[in-house]
Design a protein. Structure first.
Length: 287
């Protein structure tokens, strides 16, 4: 599982009276996968975006979906919830988050879960059914650190997609993205999410990123997730996708609220973007 910050928050529940309450989350009691999903993932808007770009391209709804580096399979579960005509596959090599997802997402889907296949396999392996839409989110594909490895992955993705299929990646960048720094975000559910850009090489663009969680009682879950990546730029990724045989590669940039500072969650196609200190964007490749 990987990620930086796609926030999802929930309203705090007010306690009764003035009795002192034990914080809901502490380092000893919290589940790191639950925290990750609250702090990083946004399944509903992500799936809405994937469906929108496919329908805009083809005029019909995508039906079969594949999630690479799927972790707990949260996006896959959200796709299945769209209705009985929707099917999905998820690929990840780590059995722990996959097992967690089965227990927490797919069990509650009941019979509908039969429309999802969870593969404990390398993301370079082919799908059972060619997907209309395939994605690699939260920068997880940055585990491929050389151009040759990334090109191989992208070629396999293209070959695996159905005709006219859409491959969606996210990426982050901006001057702050290569600084060795920590960024704290208070999550409404009652904890603090810490994105720790622990180390970066200007020569290779290799980086070590870590996620920590801090709690109201003063405890901390250190290094809950650790990633060793190469930080890729948009031009590099676009060139590799085109070399892999995709017919077109578009970039979707997030708009801002009226204050011009906060992201509004609406992503539109762009040629140039804006030179923000830190940004997250979608890259959409069409077979």
């Amino acid at each position: 599982m990987a990620g930086k910050d796609k926030r999802k928050s929930s309203k705090k529940k007010k306690g009764a009276g003035k009795a002192k309450r034990t914080p809901k989350y502490t380092a000893d009691t919290a589940d790191k996968y639950e925290l990750y999903q609250l702090a990083v993932q946004s399944p509903e808007p992500d799936i809405a975006f994937l469906r929108r770009v496919y329908k805009k391209e083809h005029g019909v709804a995508a039906r079969h979906f594949r999630e690479d580096f799927s972790g707990t399979g949260l996006l896959t579960a959200e796709w299945i919830r769209k209705g009985p005509k929707y099917t999905a596959e998820a690929f990840d090599i780590d059995p722990e988050p996959v097992a967690w997802g089965k227990a927490h997402h797919f069990r509650e889907l009941g019979k509908a879960a039969e429309r999802a296949t969870l593969h404990l396999k390398d993301v370079r392996e082919p799908s059972d059914v060619s997907p209309d839409v395939r994605c690699a989110q939260n920068f997880s594909y940055w585990v491929f650190k050389t151009r040759a490895d990334m090109l191989d992955y992208f070629r396999r993705v293209r070959d695996d997609l159905a005709d006219g299929g859409v491959f969606v990646l996210d990426a982050h960048g901006g001057p702050e993205s290569i600084e060795e720094r920590e960024e704290e975000t208070k999550i409404d559910a009652g904890f603090t999410y810490v994105w720790d850009q622990h180390w970066f090489s200007p020569v290779t663009h290799e980086a070590k990123m870590r996620i920590h969680f801090r709690f109201k009682d003063g405890s901390e879950m250190k290094r809950a997730f650790v990633y060793e990546w190469r930080v890729w730029s948009i031009p590099e990724l676009r060139d590799i996708l085109l070399d892999a045989g995709f017919s077109r590669v578009d970039v979707y940039w997030e708009g801002t609220d009226e204050d011009g500072e906060s992201g509004n969650g609406i992503y539109r196609k762009t040629r140039y973007g804006t030179n923000d200190p830190a940004w997250v964007t979608y890259i959409v490749a069409i077979k």
